[in-house]
Design a binder for this molecule. Structure first.
Ligand SMILES: Cc1ncc(COP(=O)(O)O)c(C=O)c1O
Length: 342
């Protein structure tokens, strides 16, 4: 068996219950492209969580979910406001600019979270034809820095967006981790808080692949079936994404896996914190731990348990826990840290 690491929740394998869902769906023929009973049931499960008034579309991956969701929300002369650390800003190779076809306005944050006060100055050019028009606030939940917006923070952002003819988009690649962290349900921190469009993450929560674009503002989703196909994200064998979502969301698997990953991150953080030469840089609110590790020790540690250096300048490193991280992984890694980092 190959070893586990703290590199990414995407480096984990597929949850056995997802493999079982795929296996069980692999029987006979059904109509391709989503007109099948698996997809019908999966959509109903989304409706059970979020209410009936949603439009939900399955896509292959998270970048596609973000880019196509944003495409449905913007014109080319409009802009998406996001944190500098947002996946759409740093990890999508310019896909939002190319395929959504609009400008990103990124703002520096200490913790990956946008605040209304920072966004206000961007609105001075509203109505002025020489400036792009801010149309969407896009936030990540949980953030790329392992922090989590509270329900009230979302409500404040949504109210501000809507008062200013803007929309609130959520990159929910780790929405399950955020909801588990807040001890909330999916509906209260999304549609009830005023979110318009959500990229709902599957892969980091144990699926093999597959994400969903969920429109709470259904009008925005009116043409999404065309946008998805033109955007090359209409899966022909949709049933295998749908079957996974049904299995993930019809019981508590999504919450179980996320709660576990979050707990593993907290355990890791509390152990790292005890090492005087290591400094945590962010509160651990989801499944990520950020810590400055003395540069001279990084390579030796990475050899046994790989993790990424997040900031080369400061030697801040990122450790991600997943559904399959074990207490033994942490004990073993921490023992190594204690031996090496003095
Ligand atoms: C915050 C965030 N959004 C979206 C994604 C989706 O990326 P992908 O296109 O690799 O599925 C990721 C993956 O790392 C992510 O961390």
């Amino acid at each position: 068996m190959s070893k586990r690491s703290f590199a990414s929740d995407n480096n984990a394998g597929v949850h056995p219950e997802m493999i079982e869902a795929i296996r069980a769906a692999n029987d006979g023929h059904v109509v391709a492209y989503g007109d099948d009973p698996f997809t019908e049931r999966a959509v109903k499960v989304f409706q059970k969580h979020f209410g009936k008034d949603i439009a939900v579309y399955f896509v292959f991956g998270g970048t596609g979910a973000n880019v196509l969701g944003l495409k449905a929300m913007t014109n080319s002369y409009e802009a998406v406001v996001c944190a500098e650390t947002a996946h759409i800003n740093v990890d999508e190779c310019g896909a939002p600019e190319k395929f959504a076809g609009c400008k990103l306005l990124s703002l520096r944050t200490p913790d990956g979270k946008l605040r209304v006060e920072q966004i206000k100055p961007l609105l001075h050019g509203v109505g002025f034809e020489h400036h792009v028009q801010p149309r969407v606030i896009s936030v990540s939940q949980a953030t790329e820095m392992g922090t989590v917006y509270t329900k009230n923070e979302f409500k404040t952002l949504a109210r501000f967006a809507h008062d200013n003819n803007m929309l609130l988009h959520v990159d929910g690649a780790r929405i399950a981790n955020a909801v588990a962290s807040l001890n909330a349900n999916l509906k209260e921190i999304t549609v009830d808080a005023g979110v318009d469009v959500l990229s709902f993450g599957g892969a980091k929560n144990g699926m093999m692949y597959g994400e969903a674009v969920v429109f709470f503002n259904q009008q925005l989703g009116e043409n999404f079936k065309y946008i998805r196909k033109q955007g090359m994200h209409l899966p022909s064998k949709m049933r295998f994404i749908s079957a996974q979502f049904e299995a993930l969301l019809s019981g508590d698997l999504w919450r179980r896996s996320a709660t576990h990953a979050n707990r593993m991150a907290r355990v890791l953080a509390s152990e790292l914190e005890k090492v005087p030469a290591i400094k945590l840089t962010q509160p651990v609110e989801a499944n990520g731990v950020f810590a400055v590790i003395p540069e001279k020790h990084v390579e030796a540690l990475q050899k046994k348990y790989f993790f990424y250096v997040w900031n080369e300048e400061t030697s801040e490193c990122r450790f991600m826990a997943s559904f399959d991280t074990t207490e033994e992984d942490i004990k073993d890694f921490v023992a190594l840290v204690r031996k090496i980092v003095k």
